[in-house]
Design a protein around this ligand. Structure first.
Ligand code: ADP
Ligand code: MG
Length: 499
């Protein structure tokens, strides 16, 4: 018997298409919670969950009978900012709804969310794809609604405790259309959305603390199928790379389920990054199960067009605008400019450094920042501002490369040193002996020696084996312990080989 999926025959050779829709929970960086006066945010880098257990709660957070929620105005403003920055329609009237489920960390027995009428709808954002970011794809945003976070269950041996410090922290949930077709597209969407909310200042963007976490809905269908397959939802992944890996795993799992004649079931799955696998957590509730209804404690949220217009007028420069400015003002490539504008912190750092180095060295700065520096920062999962890197050090580095004091290789070495201990570039160059040798009287005898020691290669070179130039340059570079100015060395070796 032959297998079919969505009405199309499938077998081992069938090409499947991946369909992905993302739901992102963005924690809003307001001082107080969504509906109470308890703190939602401490100073940067500290989370309310780090505070003494249950010290940051009010009767509202704990769902005491008789308490009433009072909406946080700043959270509304942040939700509108997010909607405007993603080209959403802002609904001047939106409704808070109760979404019911029973969990110990949700003492009211429901979460306040928005359902029928969310605050923002019908937006989109453009992501750059391909090696150099040259392809743009538009991903639809279905809706952005406001809601509150739950508390946290702490499981001990034999019993569990509940910490309500986080209960009621304001969130917006950004729901995308099922428009993405690969893990890379999902990653690009998440990075762009992250760039936008951090740039807007509506989210602190601490991924470890779960300030920005993603549920990935994944299904597959045979290429050419019209409808969508059944989706699985991978819950709460808070790293861009893990989202990509989780989707990759899930696609292959679903392919095998389908090819073995089983059906993909609609369920919630969890991703285990250690095992690089997803696991079933529970079958998925349908909207009906949540018994949504308008929260009688909260009147409809009514906003004036004038308020929306004022928020719009005050929006900061967005990542795409910043990218275009970097291309125009500094002559950077689209790829470099995009990478530098991908987080608020990297862009700020770059701009401070380029002020000190001069615009003509912007390209060189971009190379160092996107390459070596970003790798170290990303591996550590921190922001560049929280590292030992200083804009001045990077300006000094590119100046030292430009005036040929050091090579690019030495600069990379210095970046590693700056990362671990910080410090002054000039002193590091001296201390580590990284000054480039551009002195002819030093380089010439070294080259002559090497040529004299390799007569066979010299003969071959002279009889047309041009490739041997690299051999001689390499030997000479080695003899200077990598400190020779590479361009000068190449020029000198060529001259000497010609005799
Ligand atoms: P729920 O809250 O029940 O998960 P939502 O409608 O809020 O439902 O979110 C559904 C998400 O799943 C959206 O991001 C949507 O784009 C995505 N989605 C819907 N159907 C599919 C599908 N067949 N395959 C992949 N993603 C899907
Ligand atoms: Mg969902």
């Amino acid at each position: 018997m032959s297998l079919t999926h969505l009405g199309i025959p499938v077998d081992q050779n069938t090409e499947f298409e991946t369909v992905i829709g993302l739901e992102v929970h963005v924690q809003l960086a307001t001082n107080s919670k969504q509906f109470s006066t308890a703190r939602a945010r401490l100073e940067a880098g500290k989370s309310v969950t780090d505070e003494a257990v249950n010290s940051n709660t009010t009767p509202v957070c704990a769902g005491h009978p008789g308490t009433l929620p009072a909406l946080n105005k700043t959270a509304v403003e942040y939700a509108i900012r997010t909607g405007l920055a993603t080209d959403c329609k802002i609904n001047l009237k939106s409704i808070f709804a109760r979404k019911h489920y029973f969990y110990p960390d949700l003492p009211k027995g429901y979460q306040i969310s928005q359902f029928d009428l969310p605050i923002c709808e019908h937006g989109h954002l453009d992501v750059e794809l391909g090696e150099t970011g040259e392809v743009t794809k538009r991903i639809g945003i279905t809706r952005i609604h406001m809601e509150e976070d739950a508390g946290k269950n702490v499981h001990m041996s034999g019993f569990s405790l509940v910490n309500l410090n986080r209960a009621g922290v304001p969130l917006v949930e950004v729901v995308s259309e099922p428009d993405m077709r690969s893990p890379a597209e999902a990653g690009a969407y998440l990075r762009k959305l992250y760039a936008i909310v951090t740039c807007l200042g509506v989210c602190d963007g601490n991924l470890q603390e779960g300030n920005f976490r993603c549920d990935a809905n994944v299904s597959i269908r045979p290429k050419g199928a019209k409808g969508f397959g059944t989706r699985a939802e991978i819950k709460n992944v808070n790293s861009f790379r893990f989202v990509e890996k989780a989707i990759e795993f899930e696609v292959e799992r679903q392919r095998q389920v389908i090819l073995s004649g089983d059906k993909v079931i609609q369920e919630t799955r969890l991703y285990d990054s250690q095992k690089n696998q997803t696991f079933s957590m529970r079958t998925k509730e349908e909207a009906e199960d949540y018994r949504y209804f308008p929260d009688p404690d909260l009147p409809p949220l009514v906003i004036s067009q004038a308020t929306v217009d004022a928020i719009k007028a005050a929006l900061p420069e967005l990542p795409d605008q910043k990218r275009d400015r970097y291309i125009k003002d500094y002559g950077l490539s689209r790829y470099d400019a995009g990478a530098l504008s991908s987080t608020q912190s990297l862009g700020q750092f770059f701009e401070l450094a380029v002020k000190l180095s001069g615009t003509e060295l912007a390209k060189s700065l971009a190379n160092l920042l996107i390459g070596e520096a970003a790798r170290l920062i990303n591996d550590a999962g921190i922001e560049i501002q929280d590292s030992k890197f200083e804009p001045k050090a990077f300006a000094d580095l590119v100046k030292a490369i430009a005036d040929k004091t050091i090579s690019v290789t030495a600069a990379k070495q210095i970046i590693t040193i700056l990362y671990t201990e910080g410090g002054d570039v000039g002193s590091i160059i001296d201390r580590e002996g990284l000054k480039q040798v551009s002195d002819l009287s030093l380089l010439e005898p070294i080259i002559e020696q090497i040529i004299a020691a390799n007569p066979k290669q010299l003969e071959d070179y002279r009889s047309g084996k041009d490739k041997l130039l690299g051999f001689f340059v390499g030997q000479a570079m080695k003899a200077t312990q990598g400190k020779a100015n590479p361009a000068l060395l190449q020029e000198l070796v060529t001259k000497k080989l010609k005799g």
